[in-house]
Design a protein around this ligand. Sequence first.
Ligand SMILES: Cc1cc2nc3c(=O)[nH]c(=O)nc-3n(C[C@H](O)[C@H](O)[C@H](O)COP(=O)(O)OP(=O)(O)OC[C@H]3O[C@@H](n4cnc5c(N)ncnc54)[C@H](O)[C@@H]3O)c2cc1C
Length: 469
Amino acid sequence: MKPKDRLAIPRQKAPELSVNYRIKNFDEVTRGYDEKTAILEANRCLQCKKPTCRQGCPINNNIPGFIEHLRNGRFEEGYWTIRETSSLPAVCSRVCPHEFQCEGSCIRGKKGDAVAIGMLERFLVDWMVSNQKNLAVPCVLPKDKKVAIIGSGPAGMTTAYHLAHEGYHCTIFESLPVFGGMLAVGIPPYRLPRDIINAEFDSLKNCGVTVVNNFKIGKNLTLEQLKDEKGFAAVFVSVGAHNSRKLGIEGEDLAGVTHGVDYLRNVCLGEKINLGSKVVVVGGGNVAIDVARTALRTGSKDVFILYRRTRKEMPASMAEIHHLEEEGVHIEFLAAPVKIHGENGKVARVECQRMTLGECDASGRCRPVVIEGSNFMIEADAIIPAISQKVDHTADSNLKIELTSWGTYVVDPLTLQTSVPWIFSGGDSVLGPQTAAKAVYQGKVAAESIKLYLEGKDLKEGRNVRILS
Ligand SMILES: Cc1cc2nc3c(=O)[nH]c(=O)nc-3n(C[C@H](O)[C@H](O)[C@H](O)COP(=O)(O)OP(=O)(O)OC[C@H]3O[C@@H](n4cnc5c(N)ncnc54)[C@H](O)[C@@H]3O)c2cc1C
């Protein structure tokens, strides 16, 4: 096919559940491509000599490589090309913010629509599953050294995956009843079905990884006890960022105020929560959007998002914003809460101020500035602030690990070793709230470092690691 013909093919839209059907349940909204559509979309790829899409991918997936296999009908080879670099393609293909990563760097996106790289990756994974192909990489006979992994999110899962395939015995300790970190208790099932996460844990267990739930390190056992009493030679701390940041305004302690990740965690763990009819969510990222869409699915009728900048600055992906608005959520731009008013100890309304955009920083992101005298009220049964999260330090409460001013762990950027040599860290606990793909990448880097550490080798020699921020 000539480049001109490839350029003439429009981006293929993925099928989606209808709005009326989907807001009553947690079924996956975006469905996969069929074979014909996937091959057509793959034919849009120009196979650039310098594939900028690869640079945009935090895990450096060989995107042109798997697309070339896909369009020639070599689906298994395409899948295994992805698995050379990614331990969790079923997850990443669904939840990565592709427009800011691989697709955001695709040359075709400069003058039109980028190649739908995420959907093509998803097609290959789903094809392997529906055709019952083997997805497992052979395990290696166990070595005598043990590694403890604290937290079962994508960073911990990836470290366990790589170390287990090197023959190290890994135990994942998870404080919650379910495994998967924010994939299981943050991202709702309508974006990431739970059988996908569970399948990853089945394959980890098949390779000898021990998984322990309802076990909080720092409470049930300390990090030092893991080393000194339980014989773990190294520890990977991948505890994520699960503590909500507060708005810091009057009325935040009223009944009816629940913070975003707490609300999503409770819903994901099966608690029946009805927030009431009118819900105001504060924030502009993925968490705010997932809260708003979840509130609709648990019975709320009028759901608002308050965001202090404009649509252009929203950190959430366009696809998420589109789905949100389709489902009937209203976004009030350039508005921020200043006080929550209550009646009888319960939220009644939120007082807001209008904002305008002021000075912009080097990245072009502009500072919201209050318009004096612009206060207005919104009636509400519940307020859900979803403005960011910080790291819960229960795990290292008895140990002095160096932290940044943001409360994340200080690590060597090349090795992810903390200030305590036998402890490594990665994912959101190092980067702050970020993405699944970055957690996967750091999980892989940490596994390489831990292996070198256990073998008594130099952790830095010859390493070529991408430094993520
Ligand atoms: C609502 C929401 C939506 C998101 N949407 C997206 C998206 O669309 N795309 C994307 O790429 N990313 C998204 N993210 C971010 C992504 O989920 C995270 O960046 C990623 O999960 C971080 O992985 P992690 O392994 O570092 O930590 P986590 O996934 O947070 O896992 C950490 C685990 O450690 C456990 N833990 C904590 N302390 C202890 C302890 N002391 N002992 C034992 N266990 C402990 C926690 O319970 C948790 O299970 C979203 C996040 C949220 C909250």
